[in-house]
Design a protein around this ligand. Structure first.
Ligand SMILES: *Cc1c(COP(=O)(O)O)cnc(C)c1O
Length: 218
């Protein structure tokens, strides 16, 4: 199937309140344009340089999502245009995003990445840390970032019950925090292999790469 057909198929299978982020990392601008031409506007990248290069040549109404681990020294390159940063995993990073957003007269939307997987390698805050974090004065003082929700990745496993449990834990946290944080609106969870489960557990933003663009060759 073509990229355009894959996009249509996925869009038809997910509820209208769920935003599809097409993860275009490693894929050429031609592939992104094919998706763009059937109406796709949200694209995810995990490397700063690659995102900047694509931003420069592609239509300016694309929403660029930074989904990878972001180093503080690279925030300045994406601050002028990035739409949503999914992987905020430290106060230090948030502070830098706030600083660079201010320099660009912007308020940059961010998601706190929460560590829900069993694997120890994944970045993010612990489930228990998130609420305390949101209440720190540090975070409240950041006027140029807006924390609009949470992001998480499940363990890479065949065990569907484990995946469901991990998503459910994050969803419960999101729903518990939401009444106290009116800006909370996005729960980003689900990739090609597990987005159906993620949506069943309450995700309203899925990040899908290989099911749209095919396998990646690194
Ligand atoms: C690569 C990536 C995705 C997309 O993965 P697929 O399995 O190709 O859909 C989603 N989220 C993050 C954080 C990624 O790095």
């Amino acid at each position: 199937m073509s990229i355009a057909e894959n996009i249509k198929k996925i869009k038809n299978s997910i509820p209208p309140n769920v935003t599809l982020v097409a993860v275009s990392k490693t894929k050429p601008v031609e592939a992104i344009l094919e998706a763009y031409n059937v109406g796709q506007r949200d694209f995810g990248e995990n490397k700063v340089q690659e995102m900047v290069a694509k931003y420069e040549v592609l239509p300016k109404d694309i929403n660029w999502h930074m989904i990878g681990h972001l180093q503080t020294n690279k925030v300045k390159y994406i601050a002028p245009f990035v739409y949503l940063i999914h992987g905020v995993d430290s106060i230090k990073l948030l502070k830098e995003i706030n600083k660079r957003a201010a320099q660009n007269n912007r308020i940059i939307k961010c998601l706190l990445q929460v560590h829900i997987a069993k694997e120890s390698t994944k970045f993010g805050f612990d489930l228990k840390e998130v609420e305390d974090l949101l209440n720190t004065n540090d975070i409240k003082a950041f006027k140029n970032v807006k924390i609009v929700g949470l992001m998480g990745m499940a363990t890479f496993t065949e065990n569907k019950e484990q995946i469901r449990n991990e998503f459910s834990n994050l969803s419960n946290l999101f729903n518990r925090l939401k009444p106290n944080y009116p800006e909370f609106e996005i729960l980003s969870m689900g990739m090609s292999g597990d987005y159906e489960i993620a949506i069943e557990e309450g995700s309203n933003m899925v990040r899908i790469g290989s099911s749209i663009f095919g396998e990646r060759n690194y």
